[in-house]
Design a protein around this ligand. Structure first.
Ligand code: UDP
Length: 241
């Protein structure tokens, strides 16, 4: 049973990976045309001062707790949250089920060439999978009609958008009616990891809830963004009534 937990004004779903997968499958079955967002501490912090992002998250069909920080915050605020549901893992689960469920998937985002490499990897990992289209995530406004037309033509059941936060959420929300895709998910660095462009933290670090530290170390450009985490901890602490 899933329920919503208010973390700094963002309604996050408290649910297991298995429940998230079931819901995602149901959205595709119903052709619901909805969004799933994957909320880590950084995204929630951004939503505290970006009202457009906050409104999109609060209207999303599902906001899964991506990241140890989100799960910690729910517990600290006195709510139950069974586990972390990372966007990367959710995307892999949906891809694993896709061949049997005959789901068509479109990869949109990351640098030129990355989505195609990720497609090859998906075809290796999940035989029979249909990645019906790919498109990199670097485009001008003038390119958008062609991107939208391609997605519409390929008729995916699932659109994985890896444009970074909050670009992916805002883009998906702005175009969801026009696209008519049953389910769209903003997946951040997922295509980079699949293509081998970026490494995911080793299992032990994920288990020790240190994935954020690994990403900060690997991408020094992001190091400044690590500050979002202590700020998040302090904010959640004072949010507690
Ligand atoms: N990205 C993109 N278009 C952009 C900016 C970023 O496709 O205009 C891609 C980037 O190449 C990367 C992904 O978005 O593959 C996620 O970026 P980042 O790790 O910075 O985002 P996060 O999800 O961690 O905020």
């Amino acid at each position: 049973m899933s329920y919503k937990v208010d973390i700094l004004g963002v309604q996050v779903d408290s649910l297991t990976m298995a429940e998230a997968v079931d819901k995602a499958d149901q959205f595709m079955e119903e052709k619901a045309c909805v969004l799933i967002a994957t909320a880590n501490a950084e995204m929630i912090m951004r939503a505290t001062h970006d009202k457009e992002l906050r409104d999109i998250l609060n209207a999303a069909a599902l906001v899964v707790p991506d990241g140890a920080g989100t799960v910690w915050a729910a517990h600290h605020l006195g709510y139950q949250m069974p586990e972390r549901v990372a966007g990367y893992d959710l995307a892999q689960e949906l891809m694993r089920l896709a061949p049997a469920r005959k789901r068509r998937i479109y990869f949109f985002g990351s640098a030129p060439g990355v989505a195609d490499k990720a497609k090859k990897k998906a075809e290796e990992l999940y035989p029979g999978i249909e990645i019906v289209g790919t498109r990199n995530g670097y485009f001008k406004e003038a390119d958008e009609p062609a991107i939208i037309a391609d997605i519409k033509e390929k008729k995916p059941d699932l659109l994985l958008a890896a444009l970074g936060v909050p670009k992916q959420e805002k883009w998906l929300n702005a175009h969801k009616e026009e696209l008519g895709v049953p389910l769209s998910i903003g997946v951040g660095g997922t295509l980079d990891v699949m293509a081998g462009v970026m490494k995911r933290a080793p299992r032990w670090m994920q288990k020790a809830k240190l994935e954020w530290l690994f990403r900060g170390m690997l991408q020094p450009k992001r190091a400044g963004r690590l500050l979002a985490l202590p700020k998040f901890v302090l904010k959640v602490h004072s949010y507690k009534k």
